[in-house]
Design a protein around this ligand. Structure first.
Ligand SMILES: Nc1ncnc2c1ncn2[C@@H]1O[C@H](COP(=O)(O)OP(=O)(O)OP(=O)(O)O)[C@@H](O)[C@H]1O
Length: 245
């Protein structure tokens, strides 16, 4: 059974007398451990689809099942628990707290957790190590480069060890070399078995994904699966690219 199942999903926004159909009757299955990129022109419905997948934006039609849970049939509290357990979000604008340190930003989502402080610190440090920013854990956010800030944002998204990472234009504010480093982090996350769904406008990054989905006017117009036989192939090719820079 697929980890993510969308069944006839539609989203309409009403603004005044106008109704915008941002996502138009999409059905889609996403397997666990895949790296999916969502492409398409501005306004084609990518962010709407991503936020619906993450339990942040209720569809006006259809069902979204994650791990066989029909997420919008959950109560608000259960939906919030579901998000905590299953989904980590990464955004273009990082959305970090500028007057807190790296460590404090990543620790922030754990504020509501019952774990002991020592345990929380261990989780935070192991993730900071994974995204290679541990040496700057005591720096304030505004003392970091854009790429470093995005690493912190990815670390924060990983603190509850979610199965799914949803990233909306995570490289949109970064130069091309830094963007490749961020894509490499996503590839290593995927190689651990997590599922990443990433919105991007940059065609170059689609070659690292296991599946590319192109949207237009809220519909899937093109799909390209299994560009690599496995994610480890993608990682090795990506490493070659990084070495060439
Ligand atoms: N909260 C909202 N209220 C009204 N209309 C909205 C809302 N959010 C998105 N839309 C509209 O829905 C359509 C799809 O928007 P969406 O942000 O999903 O597209 P996108 O492909 O992510 O675009 P971009 O690449 O510019 O971020 C657009 O026409 C947009 O104006």
């Amino acid at each position: 059974m697929s980890l993510i199942q969308l069944i006839n999903v539609t989203k309409e926004y009403k603004t005044g007398s106008e109704t915008i159909r941002a996502v138009n009757n999409i059905s889609l299955n996403i397997e666990e451990g895949s790296f999916v990129t969502l492409m398409g022109e501005s306004g084609s419905g990518k962010s709407t689809l991503l936020t619906m997948l993450g339990g942040l934006n209720k569809p006006t039609g259809g069902n979204i099942l994650i791990d066989q849970i029909d997420i919008y049939k959950l109560t608000p509290n259960a939906l919030s628990d579901f998000r905590k357990e299953y989904v980590g979000f990464v955004f273009q604008a990082f959305q970090l707290v500028p007057y807190l340190t790296v460590e404090e930003n990543v620790m922030l989502p754990l504020a509501i957790s019952d774990q002991k402080r020592k345990q929380k610190k261990e989780i935070v440090f192991s993730i900071l190590e994974k995204v290679r920013i541990k040496d700057k854990s005591l720096r304030l956010i505004n003392e970091l480069s854009g790429g470093e800030q995005q690493r912190v944002a990815i670390a924060r998204a990983l603190v509850y060890d979610p199965l799914i990472i949803l990233a909306d234009e995570p490289t949109g504010n970064l130069d091309s070399n830094t963007s490749k480093e961020i894509i490499n982090i996503f590839l290593s996350i995927v190689s651990e078995g997590k599922t990443v769904v990433m919105v991007t406008h940059n065609k170059e990054y689609t070659k690292h994904s296991t599946r590319v989905i192109e949207l237009s006017d809220g519909k899937i117009i093109k799909e390209n699966c299994t560009l690599f036989s496995s994610v480890s192939d993608a990682v090795s090719i990506d490493k070659k690219i990084i070495t060439m820079i």
